[in-house]
Design a protein around this ligand. Structure first.
Ligand SMILES: O=P(O)(O)OC[C@H]1O[C@@H](O)[C@H](O)[C@@H](O)[C@@H]1O
Length: 470
């Protein structure tokens, strides 16, 4: 049986795996032979030529060190100051320093050179996310003939945003070197197909670039999910229950509105707090009977735009507190810290409203986990951005335009006033979808498509969208 090789920028660490994705991919590697390859998290003077292989809680992990300079250009630079904002349609927040591309490319070459000697001819390689778009090209250039798949965890940009990315044509050509490209949502496959079918002439150097041949590459939507039943169990675990008791002591009868997001400008946090501010302003009866908790662990804080988002959020939260707080009532708690899955599961379960309003998001697993954690007899309501991939899976959520804070405020009011029967009905549909699009089937479906015949597909989920681009 072929081995599976997972490649991603970050590798799983020691101790309990944090997210559903890491758990699912660990499971794939637990059931089959294979290993995980990625950056070690270490920065060195000299680039590492060979990977160090370690056993991490029974999982074989091969890691390489990067130089500080390369890592900066590859991670904070090209990946997170150009690709991330552009793919999330925030060109206003992109820093277009095209020289970062060299570092990005160098790191991808370094990954390929260190990975190649570890490969067997029939290994199936699964590359994850925007940091590693060129990896298949680099491996193929070194002679690898393996089946190689790529999964993009973030949204695919519209054509205009794509054209603003330096070297976008090379990146698209790189994608054509994969056998399978997986995306989160139908809209991403459509955006990709739009580019592939109407490739604009190059704006660089005045010469026409030969059209990219995508005929060997399958493009398909594989919406990622969570393990909602595991989350349901976790939400009544002792650690979760401890958190619930703690919160109940603090909240009394107040209904909880909960947001949990990395502190990232794509998550729409300022707009979300403004919507809550409008809820309180327009519905004085809600004051003292609701409380909003926003958990926002800091992220990528070496990047200026992230620091600015953090400052903006501090100011908005301060404004709401100053305006509505009373000596014995606070409208809002804002926590800039990460919590473990059990505590989060407890918080999700006790929340009356899950508020998930990214301005643009690949999928958004918080929405899935919130659904999984609800009490079937008294479920909370989900207010969800139309611009999260999750909106394609969860039409029974209260879908909002997160830029329209009046609309989000009104959805919050509806969620808080929603009768129990309606909450149950909506939740049952949401839970059925969360189960159908679960993370285990996601991994199996992707691998079955990447290596037909060598893997059994046990999934019952539908293929959402398949585009064949010639
Ligand atoms: O790895 P970072 O920069 O801390 O970001 C966390 C994660 O953010 C996700 O949204 C990306 O798709 C992942 O690839 C990434 O690992």
């Amino acid at each position: 049986m072929s081995r599976i090789v997972i490649v991603s920028n970050r590798t799983p660490g020691k101790g309990p795996a944090a997210g559903g994705l890491a758990v699912a991919l660990r499971k794939v590697l637990g059931e089959r032979e294979g290993f995980w390859f990625g950056w070690s998290g270490k920065l060195t003077e000299q680039p590492a030529r060979a990977a160090r292989i370690e056993d991490i809680d029974g999982l074989e992990v091969a890691q390489i060190d990067l130089t500080r300079e390369d890592h900066h250009a590859y991670y904070a630079g090209f990946s997170n100051s150009i690709l991330w904002p552009s793919f999330h349609l925030r060109l206003d927040l992109a820093t277009i320093e095209s020289h970062w591309y060299e570092g990005y490319r160098r790191v991808n070459q370094q990954f390929a050179r260190a990975l190649l000697p570890l490969l067997k001819p029939d290994d199936i390689i699964w590359v994850h996310d925007y940091h590693l778009i060129p990896l298949a090209s680099e491996l193929r250039q070194l002679g690898a003939r393996n089946r190689i798949g790529f999964y993009l965890h973030i949204p695919f940009p519209t054509a205009d945003a794509l054209y603003a990315i330096p070297h976008h044509e090379e990146l698209m050509r790189d994608l054509s070197r994969y056998d399978l490209v997986g995306m989160q949502a139908k809209r991403d496959v459509s955006a990709f197909t739009e580019f592939a079918e109407h490739q604009a002439p190059s704006t660089f150097g005045g010469h026409k670039v030969q059209a990219i041949d995508f005929s060997r590459t399958e493009i398909e939507a594989f919406p990622i999910g969570s393990d909602p039943d595991a989350f349901a169990r976790l939400s009544i675990s002792p650690a979760a229950t401890k958190m619930v008791h703690r919160m109940k002591r603090a909240l009394g009868d107040q209904r909880l509105i909960l947001g949990v997001d990395r502190l990232d400008y794509s998550k729409g946090l300022p707009q979300r707090i403004e919507a809550y501010e409008k809820l309180l302003a327009n519905n004085s009866r809600m004051r003292r009977s609701v409380h909003m908790l926003q958990v926002a662990p800091p992220s990528r804080d070496s990047i200026k735009e992230y620091q600015e988002t953090s400052d903006t959020l501090d100011a908005i939260c301060g404004r709401v507190m100053g305006h509505f707080a009373e000596p014995d009532w606070q409208p809002l708690t804002y926590v800039k810290r990460a919590y473990g899955q059990p505590s989060l599961a407890g918080l999700y379960r006790m929340a009356r409203v899950g508020l998930v309003t990214p301005l643009r998001d690949g999928m958004n697993l918080v929405a899935h986990e919130f659904v999984g954690a609800q009490d079937p007899d008294d479920p909370g309501a989900l207010v969800l951005s139309r611009f999260a991939g999750a909106a394609e899976i969860f039409p029974e959520a209260l879908l909002v335009n997160p830029f329209d804070t009046d609309e989000t405020a009104e959805a919050l009011r509806m969620a808080l006033d929603m009768p129990l029967d309606e909450r149950k009905e909506r939740w049952q549909a949401l839970m059925a979808a969360a189960r159908k699009y679960n993370v285990d089937d996601w991994a199996v479906s992707f691998l079955a498509r990447l290596a037909p015949g060598t893997l059994e597909k046990s999934s019952t989920r539908d293929v959402l969208y398949l585009a064949s681009v010639a």
